[in-house]
Design a protein around this ligand. Structure first.
Ligand code: ADP
Ligand code: MG
Length: 605
């Protein structure tokens, strides 16, 4: 047999490696910005066109590269930042792998211009898919400018995989914000399709946060400062009253690198514990400085997770520091900073008695016994018998019935039962008698379905009705969100919102869709923006769909709401004229039916 193993040509190897480093335009933005920071630039400019799909350019005034280095920088594993294995444990720069430029050059057209301070002329290199097109001397200012064009031009699958410009721009802005927040003294600007999105001058940390998130942020910030032997903590948390339904502004930086860490996030959130209503998340901008030796960032080029040596102690210190600061600024009711950190159980729910979920099983249940029973219920007649009779009324037994939903329409209701009474049980289900037996409707999920279809119809077909607000309502948003609101403005108007003005950091609303209560608007819009960000829609149709879903979820009658007879009937009637009554917009079962024969069987058991 002949030998069959071959070494891959460099450009193929680079292309493969690029898949790891460059997932989307925002990854290129991150790598280029970080290189500029490592080059000690004080002014960094990012220019993006078409969400980075046609151009990403970073210009810096850093130390530049010699013409040999400029050429070498595109080789894989070419780095000026570490020299030996030991250096990996003492990293002071953003980069160290030496793969970013090689990877980017393998999958795009790259123009690099660079000049060092003492050089007369600089270097200009043009590379397309790892091939050097030319290298020549040119006159160019001190520093480096790298333009990345036509990203993924030679990997159509990756290019097609990219999301809409809205989504890719959002990723770019997020990456830009993280880098800008980590380096307040560096001046950054961001241009998208010739519009200036950010112009951040060199400043202190507070000013930088305010410049990124809008001037209203200033009054929200509570400073955090703590120095111990193993960690220094600086930054700000937002006062509890500014907590949000979404997790938006939560930033940890470790040695000026943005990271995510659920454990430390818990340390912060739990310090707010009694100050926040459930479902709300505090905003924070926390800068941790630890000895580089005590962390391991050597995991993956695109991962934001890092490992700490002594996470437990960091947890305790962070938790008490935040609690202390909240107390000092009179926003925390209890001050228990004197407590030894060992008493601060990391997970606050550790001490709480947990209610183990009840699982009821019918030991006699045999799915193969007959066809009828497979399709339907797991009823636990034996257990119910053993229970005290009161439990039938006080317990949630009835909810344990699991029945597959049948496809049902209005014909479900016989003429006689159509006028039948409905009942509400446990402020959660609407029960009604139907031709074949009984139906349980989940009020929240059913109402979501009803509203969802109504909204979709309003957005796409009908003219929506608006209720004019007596006093226009001003809501402030961060810049990102304002951009997003501008994009979906027309859709919002189609469902009944009317805008008086959209300015840099706030919107003024003077009309809202009928059915929405004024006090809910902020939450609804925040939720909507969050849903759009998370759902990564591609086509405008799905953006509308997400809007309809989000609004339906926010506005649907909640579990726990008492419904009068009229309201119950309205839900039942409206649900069964829906196009797809059996599922909520998020795919959950909205109602179940139990056939009379099944009920008979239980009693004849
Ligand atoms: P890494 O940042 O991990 O070293 P990169 O591929 O990102 O790897 O960059 C390779 C090398 O090119 C860097 O080590 C640095 O010496 C040089 N370089 C890249 N960008 C710049 C820049 N903007 N200014 C000066 N030198 C740069
Ligand atoms: Mg780099």
């Amino acid at each position: 047999m002949p030998d069959i193993i071959q070494l891959l040509p460099d450009h193929v190897a680079n292309q493969i490696a690029a898949g790891e480093v460059v997932q989307r335009p925002a990854s290129v933005v991150k790598e280029l910005l970080e290189n500029a920071i490592d080059a000690e630039a004080t002014v960094i400019k990012l220019i993006v066109k078409e969400a980075g799909k046609t151009l990403i350019q970073v210009t810096d005034n850093g130390k530049g590269m010699s013409s040999t280095d400029a050429r070498l920088s595109f080789e894989r594993h070419a780095t000026s930042k570490i020299k030996k294995a030991d250096d990996l444990f003492n990293i002071h720069t953003k980069g160290f792998r030496g793969e970013a430029l090689a990877s980017i050059a393998a999958i795009a057209h790259v123009d690099l211009k660079s000049k060092q301070e003492n050089q007369e002329l600089g270097t200009y290199i043009k590379i397309e898919g790892s091939n050097i097109i030319f290298q020549e001397n040119i006159s160019t200012p001190k520093g480096t400018s790298i333009a990345v064009k036509h990203l993924f031009y030679n990997i159509p699958a990756r290019r097609n995989f990219l999301k809409s410009n809205t989504i890719e721009t959002r990723h770019i802005i997020n990456e830009f914000q993280r880098v800008a927040l980590a380096h307040p003294t560096i001046s950054f600007s961001l241009y998208h399709n010739k519009n200036e999105i950010y112009h951040l001058s060199s400043s202190n940390l507070r000013q930088r946060i305010v410049a990124v998130f809008g001037k209203k942020t200033n009054e929200k910030l509570v400073p955090i400062n703590e120095v111990t032997d193993i960690i220094e903590i600086n930054g700000f948390v937002a006062k509890p009253e500014f907590a949000k339904k979404k997790r938006g502004e939560q930033f940890f930086f470790v040695n000026n690198r943005f990271i995510k860490n659920t454990y430390l996030n818990h340390a912060v959130t739990s310090a707010f514990e009694s100050l926040l209503s459930s479902g709300y998340h505090p905003s924070y901008f926390l800068y941790l400085t630890v000895p580089p030796k005590s962390i391991d960032i050597n995991i993956h080029p695109t991962k934001t997770e890092i490992k700490f040596d002594d996470e437990k102690t960091l947890y305790a210190i962070l938790h008490s520091t935040i609690k202390h600061s909240l107390g000092q600024y009179n926003v925390g009711p209890v001050l228990d900073f004197e407590r030894s950190s060992s008493l601060d159980t990391p997970y606050s729910f550790k001490s709480k008695k947990s209610n183990s979920p009840k699982i009821t099983v019918n030991p006699d249940f045999n799915p193969f016994k007959n066809e009828e029973s497979t399709k339907s219920l797991h009823f636990h007649s034996k257990q119910t018998k053993n229970n005290q009779w009161e439990s039938l009324y006080t317990d949630t037994n009835i909810h344990n019935v699991e029945v597959e939903a049948e496809t049902v329409n209005a014909s479900l209701f016989s003429e006689e039962t159509k006028t039948n009474k409905t009942y509400q049980i446990h402020k959660k289900y609407i029960v009604s008698s139907i031709k074949s037996g009984i139906v349980y409707i989940n009020q929240n999920l059913a109402h979501q379905r009803i509203l969802y279809e109504e909204f979709l119809e309003n957005i796409t077909v009908k003219e929506a009705t608006t209720q004019q607000l007596l006093f226009p309502l001003e809501i402030s948003f961060i810049k990102n969100d304002i951009e997003l609101i501008k994009e979906i403005k027309e859709d919002l108007e189609n469902i009944g919102f009317k805008f008086d003005k959209i300015s840099e950091d706030s919107i003024i609303i003077n009309g809202i869709p009928t059915g929405i209560i004024e006090s809910q608007i902020t939450t609804i819009i925040e939720q909507l923006l969050e849903d759009i960000k998370n759902d990564i829609p591609n086509a405008s149709f799905s953006q509308l769909d997400i809007m309809a879903k989000s609004l339906a979820k926010s506005l649907a009658i909640k579990t726990g709401t008492v419904l009068n007879l009229k309201e119950q009937e309205e839900i039942v009637n409206k649900l069964f004229i829906c196009k797809q009554p059996d599922l909520s917009p998020f795919g959950k079962t909205t109602f179940i039916t139990i056939n009379i024969e099944e009920i008979d069987k239980i009693f004849n058991n």
